[in-house]
Design a protein around this ligand. Structure first.
Ligand code: UDP
Length: 316
């Protein structure tokens, strides 16, 4: 049986990866320090003998007994609110954490895939963003702790690939949504869903003309799975290229939830990217992958999760 280590395994993306690898017949070792992740996301896997959970911070030396075939490094705060609250941990998990996991991969002879992000493009001057674009990042701005940790992560991963001939994969993840996002993680989708379901004002930052391209989580996980099994070590964008302004997105969430909420406008956070949309031609060609779930279908799949979250919060 192939064995995979998934760091950040109790997080939004990590827990969906655990599900996918269990389904594919792997032995899954999830590792998480539970700063932003939650055991609730993986408790359904605890009875399985093919699943184990290690409560550990990967910024410290990582020990895993036995063989490992694959490592997926998904441990990191990933929402602007989180990395503003815990900037040092964000820097450490992207840098020291990645270094530890690369060392572990080398020691075990495992292939490693690291989770990079569209944030490495910063506030992009090229649109849509191709993998060849180098980015426009403010190193000392509020997002710098995340963006620069992820840029370092890509650099050290390529260095291990080139110098140690380690098998490495780098995925650049664009905005993703779906069940298991934290209600209060500050990101657009949970914030809008939460506000709409409570009938509260929807807080759009700036004038809402900034754009994002939202990918449903199952599509993203499928792309990552295919990239891991491919033989491509250069970075690959995975995301949904259908671009929407945040104002339109907020209106769609309100319509979808059948809410009476009104949109209110707040200050735009510093360095909030004006436009973001992946060019996914590389993933299409290399992995024969393309996202299948459109925004309506994705919101449908996500709504019942948030309804349940909001109602259990009201009861509590
Ligand atoms: N946003 C917003 N209201 C909120 C939360 C986010 O208008 O309550 C905006 C945010 O300013 C950004 C977009 O929605 O322009 C996406 O934000 P998110 O935090 O989801 O991701 P990121 O900015 O990292 O793409």
């Amino acid at each position: 049986m192939k064995r995979v280590l998934i760091t950040g395994g109790a997080g939004f993306l990590g827990s969906h990866l655990c599900d996918r690898f269990i389904k594919e017949g792997f032995h899954v070792i999830a590792m998480d320090n539970l700063i932003t992740g939650s055991v609730e996301n993986i408790e359904h896997l605890f009875p399985l003998k093919e699943f184990e959970f290690h409560h550990h911070d990967v910024s410290k030396y990582v020990f895993v007994p036995g063989k490992l075939d694959y490592i997926l490094h998904f441990a990191s705060p990933a929402s602007p609110i989180d990395y503003l609250k815990i900037p040092i941990q964000t820097l450490k998990v992207g840098s020291l954490g990645t270094h530890n996991l690369l060392g572990l991969a080398k020691n075990k002879g495992a292939r490693i895939l690291v989770a990079s992000t569209s944030e490495i493009y910063g506030d992009p001057l090229e649109h849509p963003q191709k993998e060849t674009y180098w980015g426009n990042v403010n190193t000392v701005g509020p997002r710098g702790v995340y963006d620069e940790a992820k840029r370092f992560q890509e650099a050290i991963t390529m260095a291990y690939h080139n110098f140690h001939e380690l098998e490495t994969r780098i995925v650049r993840i664009f905005n993703t949504y779906g069940p298991r996002m934290r209600l209060n993680d500050g990101r657009a989708l949970p914030a809008f869903m939460h506000q709409a379901l409570l009938g509260k004002d929807i807080t759009v930052f700036g004038d809402g003309s900034q754009t994002r391209s939202f990918c449903y989580v199952d599509d993203l996980i499928d792309g990552i799975y295919k990239l891991l099994l491919s033989d491509h070590s250069e970075p690959v964008n995975i995301g949904n290229p259908s671009e929407i302004s945040i104002k339109k997105f907020a209106e769609q969430v309100v319509r979808f939830t059948g809410s009476n909420s009104k949109i209110t406008y707040k200050d735009l956070p510093k360095d909030d990217p004006k436009q973001r949309c992946p060019d996914i031609s590389k993933a299409k060609k290399l992995l024969e992958w393309t996202p299948k779930v459109d925004l309506n279908e994705g919101l449908e799949k996500t709504l019942s999760f948030f309804k349940e979250k909001v109602s259990s919060k009201i009861k509590a």
